[in-house]
Design a protein around this ligand. Structure first.
Ligand code: FES
Length: 90
């Protein structure tokens, strides 16, 4: 399996946390196309792929190769068993 994705809530933001072969990444859970749930998608070649229409978003940059679009990527760090996610200031 290339990786796993799960949805979490961090404050009021729905985050899709991806484990891509041991490398963690955090992106906004809602696809910018039509709000598909990215955590229900799959990981392929360093991208999270939306389950609804298969747009893929780079896990480092958030960029979509198929369309002129991007999803928010959040910085994260691990502290022991916890994953801390840096959300944008409101
Ligand atoms: S809703 Fe994600 S590709 Fe359409």
């Amino acid at each position: 399996m290339a990786g796993t994705a799960r949805q979490f809530q961090a404050e009021n933001v729905d985050v899709c946390l991806v484990n891509n072969q041991g490398e963690l990444a955090a992106v906004n859970n809602w696809c910018p196309h039509r709000q598909g749930p990215l955590a229900e998608g799959w990981i392929e070649e360093g991208r999270i792929v939306c389950p609804w229409h298969a747009w893929g978003f780079d896990l480092r940059t958030g960029e979509c190769l198929e369309e002129n679009s991007r999803v928010a990527v959040y910085a994260l760090k691990q502290q022991g068993d916890e994953v801390l996610i840096e959300l944008p200031a409101e």
